[in-house]
Design a protein. Structure first.
Length: 151
């Protein structure tokens, strides 16, 4: 993990906090190209009545618009929670170069926890994955959110 990875994950954590304030599961994402943030995203499934509006997908859509290109071949996607299978599919379609995530997801993680689709020979694109960046902070945001909802 580099200092840049931690700094960009901190921005993703800010997106997650904003998502929680809106009543969404607190997951945030940031797309970075050449050391610059080109897009951010947060879970919006409830607000948008859209099951595909995960933070990763929201951020990838915004990055595509910003860059006027659906291919994000030089991009790093930072996300506070390990991507699910749907999000890995979007990452593959966008041709993202690198994914950095915070907390591991033992229930739906598709970058190594439950299944590892990040290096699947079935896909025509592979990407680098780094998990566990600020994992404690990212996990704490989720635990606090669900703890408040259960009480």
């Amino acid at each position: 993990m580099s200092a840049h990875d931690a700094a960009f994950m901190q921005v993703a954590l800010e997106q997650a906090a904003d998502s929680a304030k809106a009543g969404e599961i607190p997951v945030g994402a940031v797309v970075v190209v050449s050391g610059e943030i080109v897009a951010t995203g947060q879970n919006r499934s409830i607000r948008d009545s859209d099951p595909s509006a995960h933070a990763e997908v929201v951020a990838l859509r915004a990055a595509g618009g910003t860059l006027s290109n659906y291919r994000l071949t030089d991009a790093t996607l930072y996300v506070t929670l390990e991507p699910c299978a749907m999000c890995i599919g979007a990452i593959v379609q966008a041709r993202v170069a690198r994914v950095v995530f915070g907390a591991y997801d033992a229930k739906a993680g598709a970058a190594g926890s439950v299944i590892d689709l990040s290096d699947s020979p079935a896909f025509n694109h592979r990407f680098e994955v780094l998990g566990g960046v600020l994992a404690e902070e990212c996990g704490a945001v989720l635990k606090e959110f669900f703890g408040e909802r259960r009480s």
